[in-house]
Design a binder for this molecule. Structure first.
Ligand SMILES: N[C@@H](CCC(=O)NCCCC(=O)O)C(=O)O
Length: 244
């Protein structure tokens, strides 16, 4: 049977002075292995109408994580070197896609940078450095060569009782990894916070009144998704939504 097609958003990066559209392997692999769908990389080319029109051929979308940050002007703040590095080509593409995907009711999963893009696109704001906010923990990636340590469990995630996330998890608390320096400051009006880190940082959201699956997480469920119970459940729920 033909697998559903899920678009995954690419970064625009320069390597050896040449530009590339790139996506981390684990995002494509999670869509293939854990959601049972075919990943299709969406280039960061907002100027191309054909790229926007790709939505008409897709069954779902995943907004990926990235080392780059959303440009502060996307959420009404001035550029700030603390918020660098930027990827404005990606911002231009993803911010356009978010509106269209939600309008169309295309099942969408927002991960890390994707989660931050969702909040900014719907009118919220971001902290440039969560670890500099009074009372917050350091959510940045552990400095370690072993990816299993970098993407290993770092803190608890408490879900709101009765929320979509609690339903998917079958539990009110799970352990998650943590590899971000930015985070939600003002929550967008169209978002429901469904999960918090122990320091109060919002890390799981749903789009209020969404026409289809529209959930975002600040952590990385795509890392070895089939080896983690919650990640397996999340991608299964996404897959079911994609399959209608
Ligand atoms: N740069 C933002 C977003 C964090 C993020 O998406 N990290 C991903 C790291 C690489 C990966 O695993 O894809 C921030 O720092 O808050």
């Amino acid at each position: 049977m033909k697998r559903p097609l899920v678009g995954i958003t690419a970064d625009f990066r320069t390597h050896d002075s040449a530009p590339y559209h790139v996506v981390g392997d684990k995002y494509a692999r999670a869509i293939w292995e854990a959601a049972g769908c075919t990943p299709l990389i969406i280039p960061a080319m907002a100027e191309s109408q054909e790229v926007s029109d790709m939505l008409d051929s897709l069954d779902g979308l995943m907004f990926t994580g990235s080392p780059s940050n959303v440009h502060p002007t996307r959420y009404g703040r001035d550029a700030d070197e603390k918020a660098e590095p930027y990827d404005e080509a990606r911002d231009a593409m993803t911010f356009g896609l978010i509106d269209r995907a939600l309008e169309k009711g295309l099942p969408s999963l927002f991960v890390c940078r994707g989660f931050q893009e969702l909040n900014a696109a719907l009118g919220g704001t971001l902290h440039a450095c969560v670890h500099e906010v009074e009372g917050r923990m350091d959510h940045r990636m552990p400095k370690h060569d072993d990816p299993d340590v970098r993407y290993g469990p770092r803190h608890a995630m408490n879900f709101t009782p009765g929320s979509l996330f609690a339903g998917i998890a079958g539990a009110s608390e799970i352990e998650v990894n943590s590899l971000h320096s930015q985070g939600i400051d003002v929550v967008a009006p169209g978002l429901e916070i469904e999960g918090h880190a122990p320091d109060g940082t919002p890390e799981a959201v749903s789009v209020t009144g969404a026409k289809a699956f529209a959930l975002g997480v600040q952590w990385h469920p795509e890392y070895k998704a089939l080896e983690n119970d919650f990640s397996t459940r999340l991608f299964r729920a996404f897959s079911e939504a994609v399959r209608g």
